[in-house]
Design a protein around this ligand. Structure first.
Ligand SMILES: *Cc1c(COP(=O)(O)O)cnc(C)c1O
Length: 383
């Protein structure tokens, strides 16, 4: 067993040492001056990362909690909700809305397809409008990052509110909350925001606040108004995971200091390097070979390799953790995450391990080129 662990999944992701160090300090009380300035700064920084002037609500809970809050706060029983899905996380939006008793109109694509704004516009016209449209920006199960701006425009034109799952994409690819008129955007701490799992954030537009006041689904912990009022007084409604908030504050500081545009460019270059390396060793991409695919690279498992066994070998023998295929892609693909605290040498480490393990498992792999190709691609593509 290799002692050093290389965490290369699309969540959780590696955490910078500055963030870990801040989180190792003694626990502070959430209603004391030890915490309030950190809380205030973290909430402000979140607005900058979400690119919004509106409130960003911070919850202790995983990303899915934030998704659930969107449904519970925007909808009433029987409301017509359109879910656009093309993978595992799109299915989750639908499952939440169905659980809460919404009338879900599901626009469901094959896993790996990229949803079309025209399809959304025509479905909305067909059904005579909907209360809300729920979309996944980065479908982490396939590697497709969809055109949220165009989908949101189609929804807005039909008078619907727009909820976005940006859990794996916020901070990695552009998500212009205000400019694109996104009513509720959800993210989580453990992806591009370079912080351990445990926090979820939700931005709420003024239209979404109006809808919230009318919506009658039951909610308590995730009631937006309760959290908004508490945040305004810097007096959290419930005990937050204080140490993770301390870490998130440091991580957001690092992201904003370098600049969001620089972060987006870095992710594009990592995606290019990863795809170049994968193709150089003769593997077939499942995710699109496009710059938009900057969050996770999904690769088909080659013959005659057993996909599950391959990931175990990588993890237990070489110390590299990649993510398996989910749902219908189980055993057929594997996924390399490159969001947050990653550099090109993380990519080459993953590629070198993949090459070794697949070759030993009997796949026809071109040896000794992937790492070089990845490094060259990274170096040659400044924005
Ligand atoms: C990781 C992820 C989630 C799930 O978040 P949890 O924190 O595990 O609840 C939801 N949607 C997308 C797109 C994700 O990548």
């Amino acid at each position: 067993l290799s002692a050093k662990r290389h965490l290369m999944t699309p969540g959780p992701t590696p955490v910078p040492p500055e963030v870990l160090a801040a989180m190792a300090l003694p626990v502070v009380h959430h209603r004391s001056p030890d915490f309030k300035p950190v809380y205030a700064r973290c909430l402000e920084r979140l607005k900058d990362v979400f690119r919004t002037e509106n409130d960003v609500l911070l919850y202790t809970g995983s990303g899915t909690g934030g998704l659930e809050s969107v449904v519970a706060n925007l909808c009433s029983p029987g409301d017509r909700i359109v879910v656009v899905s093309a993978g595992y996380f799109g299915e989750r939006w639908a499952a939440i809305a169905e659980t809460y008793g919404c009338a879900v109109e599901h626009i469901r694509y094959e896993w790996g397809e990229d949803p079309s704004p025209d399809d959304l516009a025509s479905r909305l016209a067909e059904i005579g409008g909907a209360g809300a449209v729920l979309v996944t920006q980065s479908e982490t199960s396939t590697g497709v990052v969809t055109d949220v701006r165009a989908l949101a425009a189609a929804a807005k034109a039909a008078g619907a509110l727009v909820g976005i799952d940006a859990i794996s994409s916020l901070g990695a690819v552009p998500c212009e909350t205000d400019e694109w008129q996104l009513d509720a955007v959800v993210s989580g701490s453990q992806k591009a925001l370079m912080t351990p799992p445990g926090l979820s954030m939700v931005s709420v537009s003024s239209a979404a606040w109006e809808a919230q006041a009318r919506a009658s689904l039951p909610r308590f912990y995730f009631d937006w108004e309760r959290t908004r009022a508490a945040q305004e007084a810097l007096d959290a409604a419930f005990t937050p995971a204080v140490s993770i908030v301390v870490g998130l504050d440091v991580a957001l500081g690092l992201i904003l200091e370098r600049g969001l545009e620089a972060a987006f460019e870095h992710h594009v270059r990592l995606g290019r390097a990863c795809r170049a390396g994968v193709k150089a060793m003769g593997l077939e991409l499942f995710s699109p070979d496009e710059d938009s695919s900057a969050v996770v690279t999904t690769v088909r498992v080659p013959e005659p390799v057993d996909g599950a066994q391959f990931l175990l070998d990588l993890r237990d023998r070489l110390g590299i953790t990649l993510a398996p295929g989910q749902g219908p892609l189980k055993g057929k693909v594997f996924r390399i995450g490159h969001i947050g605290y990653f550099d090109v040498f993380d990519i080459t480490t993953a590629l070198a391990g993949i090459e070794l393990s697949l070759a030993e498992a009997g796949a026809e792999i071109e040896r000794g080129v992937a790492v070089t190709r990845a490094l060259e691609t990274y170096e040659r593509t400044p924005a």
